[in-house]
Design a protein. Structure first.
Length: 267
C-alpha cells in the first residue's frame, strides 16, 4: 500500500521522563495526527498489509462527546472499543477476556469449545478485556451514556498512567466509578506496544504515547454497507479527504516509534 500523502520530515518537541526536552523527527502525517488527537478530532488508522487490512476511526478517549459516539457508529459502523496501555490494565487489575475464560473451564465446559487457545485468522490473539458502564449511566448504550463511560475511563487511564499511587488506590477508584458488564468494550494493548503486536489496539495507543498524550484511545472499524465488508482503503482515503482528516498507516507509526525509542535512550 502506498503512502496516503507526500510528507517531509520536521522536528517535534518531546520530553523524556526527566523532563528534558529532546528533538525527534516526525513525518508531517504523524505530527498532524497527534495535533488532531489533542484537539479531539478523528484520525484514520490502517494497520498493516497481510493482517486485518482494515481502517479504524480513532480519537482520544478523554476527548469523547456524544457527537463522537454518534459519528463512530454512523460513519464507521464497527464495534466501538476503548484501548488502553498494558500498564494501565495492570494497575487496575484488568485481565484479558481469554484469561477469564481459561479460569472458568472447569466450571463451564462450554468455554473449552467456544474459546480454544488459538489465534485469530489474521494471526493474533484478541486484546479484549471486560465490558463496562459508568455508574451514572442508565442503559449504557445511548450516545450520552457511552460518551460518559469512554471519557471518564480515558481520564482515569490518564491519571493511572501518569501518577505514582498504589495499584489498590486505582482499583478502588475504578470500582467506585464503573460497573461490569456494560456496553463499552475495553481492549488491552501489550505492554511492549507494537514491539509485541501490530493490532489497532497497539497502534493507536502507541500513536498517543509517542505524542505525549494519554495512552487511552477509542476506535471503531470502518465498514462498507454496500459490500458487507470492511471499508476499502480507497474509500477510506476518500472519506478522509472529504472530511479533512489524516489517514496514517501502521508502518508510519512503527517508524515514528522506533525514532521515539532511539531518542529516549539517547537522552
Amino acid at each position: 500500500m502506498k503512502s496516503f500523502k507526500l510528507f517531509t520530515q520536521k522536528k517535534v518537541e518531546v520530553f523524556n521522563k526527566n523532563k528534558k526536552k529532546i528533538c525527534i523527527k516526525m513525518k508531517d502525517n504523524i505530527k498532524k495526527a497527534i495535533r488532531d488527537l489533542i484537539e479531539g478530532k478523528f484520525v484514520l488508522v490502517y494497520d498493516v498489509d497481510g493482517r486485518e487490512e482494515e481502517v479504524d476511526l480513532v480519537c482520544l478517549a478523554e476527548k469523547v462527546t456524544p457527537r463522537h459516539v454518534y459519528r463512530l457508529r454512523h460513519d464507521a459502523g464497527g464495534l466501538i472499543c476503548v484501548a488502553m496501555h498494558g500498564i494501565i490494565a495492570e494497575k487496575l487489575g484488568l485481565p484479558y477476556m481469554a484469561e477469564i475464560y481459561s479460569n472458568l473451564l472447569n466450571k463451564y465446559d462450554i468455554f473449552n469449545k467456544i474459546a480454544p487457545d488459538v489465534v485469530c485468522p489474521y494471526g493474533d490473539k484478541p486484546s479484549f478485556s471486560v465490558t463496562i458502564n459508568h455508574i451514572n449511566t442508565y442503559t449504557g448504550i445511548t450516545d450520552n451514556d457511552r460518551a460518559l463511560t469512554i471519557r471518564e475511563f480515558g481520564l482515569l487511564g490518564k491519571q493511572t498512567f501518569l501518577n505514582g499511587l498504589s495499584n489498590e488506590v486505582y482499583k478502588d477508584i475504578f470500582g467506585s466509578k464503573f460497573r461490569a458488564p456494560g456496553h463499552t468494550h475495553l481492549l488491552i494493548a501489550k505492554k511492549g506496544l507494537i514491539k509485541e503486536r501490530l493490532g489497532h489496539t497497539e497502534l493507536t495507543v502507541t500513536l498517543a504515547h509517542i505524542g505525549g498524550l494519554s495512552p487511552v484511545s477509542v476506535l471503531c472499524e470502518m465498514l462498507d454497507g454496500e459490500s458487507g465488508k470492511a471499508l476499502s482503503i480507497n474509500k477510506a482515503k476518500e472519506y478522509a479527504i472529504k472530511n479533512d482528516l489524516v489517514m496514517i498507516e501502521g508502518t508510519e507509526i512503527v517508524e515514528a516509534y522506533e525514532e521515539f525509542l532511539q531518542n529516549r535512550v539517547k537522552y
